[in-house]
Design a binder for this molecule. Structure first.
Ligand code: ATP
Ligand code: MN
Ligand code: MN
Length: 305
């Protein structure tokens, strides 16, 4: 009875009704809806620390990976049980932002055809002060994977030289994400401006490898580092989220010494993620402790906030 009381008012995994359990979500891999729901059940303990307290956007694909995708920042028409609306004052002039309601919430979302979860770089209690910086490394047309590995290593070295502590995750798609935990201090404009300065520095120093300008033609044969993930309201796919793409890649936190062994951004996917569960978030141990204030790094790069 105590357990029942504790669970009152929350979506419950044990009682959740799964509809269309056998429907194929991804024809490429043959993964069915029930398998995706089970995946989120397994992932919940690993994934919740990455979602906790963060506004979340979702990608729903009611017709599966090949159908239309709906990117949602707000509840919109139909209420989703697994999500809770945050204080509307967090983003004046907009509908309420959302957060995932604990592990059962993940399952409830999956039941409602949510495939991807994307989070902000700030938590709801300090929405004006980002607690991380994200660099999205995207291979341009014609870029072979070894070049991505070279590029991400250079990003790691530069960030390290600036006194920061970068962590890496696969995107579950084509590229890699480098995440830098920050001690909260600067506001969005300063963090975003500084992230742009870092990307410009890389592109100016190694123009044969990096490009700071967006647009497919600029990117051919080079790696675009997207700093725009660092603005207010911007999101990046959460660690352990599946991707609504053929093969259902998964975004996985990796250790730096593991990066050279990755075969691509979708190295891990629904078909092989079970091999990875025992390692869990261990490659990102020390993430919280590694958070740094940005002042020394800004000074080192000659960036004036
Ligand atoms: P890849 O490694 O393949 O580049 P990725 O996660 O880095 O994968 P995308 O899947 O292209 O890149 O995601 C682009 C970003 O833009 C996501 O982080 C997401 O938060 C945001 N986004 C995606 N779709 C929309 C949309 N329809 N509206 C607004 N923002 C979106
Ligand atoms: Mn990307
Ligand atoms: Mn991108």
């Amino acid at each position: 009875p105590r357990a029942r009381k504790a669970a009152q008012g929350r979506p419950q995994a044990s009682t959740m009704r799964v509809t269309h359990a056998e429907r194929v979500v991804d024809p490429a891999s043959g993964v069915r809806k029930i398998e995706l729901i089970r995946f989120y059940g397994l992932m919940a303990p690993l994934m919740m620390p990455h979602l906790k307290g963060r506004p979340v956007s979702i990608v729903r694909a009611p017709q599966g990976v090949r159908g239309q995708h709906f990117f949602q920042k707000h509840m919109e028409a139909d209420h989703i049980d697994g999500l809770r609306e945050l204080d509307a004052a967090l983003w004046p002039g907009h509908e309420s932002l959302l957060e995932v309601v604990g592990p059962p919430g993940l399952l409830a979302c999956a039941q409602l055809n949510v495939i991807e979860f994307h989070t902000w770089n700030a938590v709801k209690t300090t929405i004006d002060k980002p607690d991380r910086m994200t660099f999205d490394l995207d291979p341009g047309e014609g870029v072979q994977w070894p070049m991505m590995l070279q590029a991400v290593e250079l990003v790691r070295v530069l960030l390290g030289e600036l006194g920061l502590a970068p962590f890496c995750k696969t995107s579950g798609g084509k590229g890699l994400h480098v995440v830098v935990p920050l001690r909260k201090g600067y506001g969005w404009d300063d963090v975003k401006g500084f992230s742009q300065a870092i990307v410009r520095h890389l592109a100016a120093t190694l123009p044969q490898l990096f490009v700071a300008k967006s647009g497919p033609s600029n990117r051919v044969g080079r790696i675009f580092i997207d700093y725009l993930r660092n603005g207010f309201g911007a999101t990046t796919v959460s660690a352990w989220s599946a991707r609504a793409r053929p093969g259902l890649g998964v975004s996985v936190p990796v250790a730096w010494d593991e990066v050279p062994h990755l075969s691509g951004g979708a190295h891990w996917h629904l078909g092989n993620i079970h091999e990875r569960l025992d390692r869990g978030n261990e490659p990102w141990n020390g993430y919280d402790r590694a958070a740094k204030g940005l002042a020394p790094a800004m000074k080192a790069l000659g960036f004036k906030p």
